[in-house]
Write a protein that binds this ligand. Structure first.
Ligand SMILES: NC(=O)c1ccc[n+]([C@@H]2O[C@H](COP(=O)([O-])OP(=O)(O)OC[C@H]3O[C@@H](n4cnc5c(N)ncnc54)[C@H](OP(=O)(O)O)[C@@H]3O)[C@@H](O)[C@H]2O)c1
Length: 320
């Protein structure tokens, strides 16, 4: 089968299409013939080499989110999964391939009305946005700022906050065109990347960006406001970022990180299935930036690197 592996950590050119045998599903796993593969911001972070400390090695196959048909089940897995169209989460790799293994506990059956491309656009990003808002104790009527709103997670956070009755949904983004698209998805206020634009403050900030700019956003929290970092596309915040919280001691602010890894699989599956159903009812929009062949993973990563992507790039393997 064809797969895309990291031959050299760094830029997109370090990715290469390779031939290798299909993996065997181990205990608790299924084998999936992929129909669509989500290209996530986390894939770019792994490819860059920034997560070398986590043990990623040359030859690593990127990709955590896939949709396709189960073709084999490993020991201990209900054989009835075979033949079903599913969404699956492979973890931190293995997804950029014609066939991929995934833990059976992550599987969500695909409704017939849900395309594989929509599934990998809504699934993981939507769950992170949903549980990130929950982690921030977001309540209807509260105001929300989504920092880094033009990516997969941000677009879902904007829609979920608006749908849940947020009092205001502000976003940071880098261009007027993106601002218009985010307004169509539910944003009511638009700030630039630095957070300039209005003097308003927010009950909740969902932050996909982190990096050097994070501390300045504490000033945008209302009293009792909560900033939850769900991503770090601009890298870690400065090591002294906590002093900005203490400088605003009398506002009783909170900061937290959030990883979907802390959410039980059953809850993730239930929310992912709800997201697919909501999209099929027309209540959520799946924003697919572009669908590219699996072999063009380098191009997909170049586009991400250039900051061109609004929503999700999806890879599709050649039809066998
Ligand atoms: N918490 C979890 O469980 C979880 C799960 C999966 C992934 N993640 C994390 O989520 C992040 C990826 O999320 P994503 O795919 O939604 O993001 P993304 O598409 O990579 O980036 C989101 C947006 O951030 C803006 N941005 C990019 N670089 C920036 C910078 N240097 N300063 C300010 N804004 C910048 C861009 O929009 P504009 O150009 O419009 O500003 C971009 O569209 C990664 O850090 C990944 O590790 C977390």
């Amino acid at each position: 089968m064809k797969a895309v592996a990291v031959q050299a950590f760094g830029g997109p050119e370090g990715l290469a299409v390779i031939d290798l045998p299909a993996p065997e599903p181990a205990e608790g796993q299924v084998l999936i013939a992929t129909e669509a593969i989500g290209v996530g911001g986390v894939d770019a972070v792994i490819r860059s080499g920034a997560l070398a400390a986590y043990g990623f090695r040359d030859g690593h196959i990127l990709g955590g989110e896939i949709a396709g048909t189960v073709t084999a089940t490993g020991p201990g897995v209900d054989p009835d999964w075979a033949g079903q169209r599913v969404w699956a989460f492979t973890g931190v790799g293995g997804g950029y391939a014609e066939q991929a293994v995934a833990p059976a506990e992550t599987l969500v059956p695909l409704p017939s009305a849900t395309s594989a491309a929509d599934a990998v656009t809504l699934g993981s990003s939507g769950a992170v946005a949903h549980f990130g808002l929950r982690h921030a104790h977001f309540a209807p009527g509260e105001s929300v700022l989504v920092r880094g709103a033009a990516g997969g997670i941000g677009i879902m956070a904007v829609q979920l906050a608006a749908r849940a009755g947020a009092g205001a949904v502000a976003v940071t983004t880098s261009s007027p065109e993106r601002a218009d698209r985010l307004r169509e998805l539910g944003a009511t206020r638009v700030l630039d990347r630095a957070g300039e634009g209005t003097a308003d403050t927010y009950d909740v900030i969902l932050d996909v960006v982190a990096g050097p700019g994070l501390p300045s956003f504490f000033a945008k929290l209302s009293p009792n406001g909560r900033l939850v970092a769900v991503g770090a596309v601009a890298g870690d915040p400065p090591s002294d970022f906590g002093k900005h919280l203490f400088a605003a001691f009398q506002k009783s602010l909170s900061f937290a990180t959030f990883s979907a890894n802390t959410v039980p699989q059953a809850d993730r599956r239930a929310v992912t299935a709800d997201l697919f159903a909501a999209a099929n009812r027309g209540e959520l929009t799946s924003v697919v930036h572009e669908v590219l062949p699996l072999e063009q993973a380098v191009l997909a990563h170049r586009k991400m690197h250039a900051g061109e992507v609004f929503g999700r790039i999806v890879l599709t393997p050649a039809k066998s």
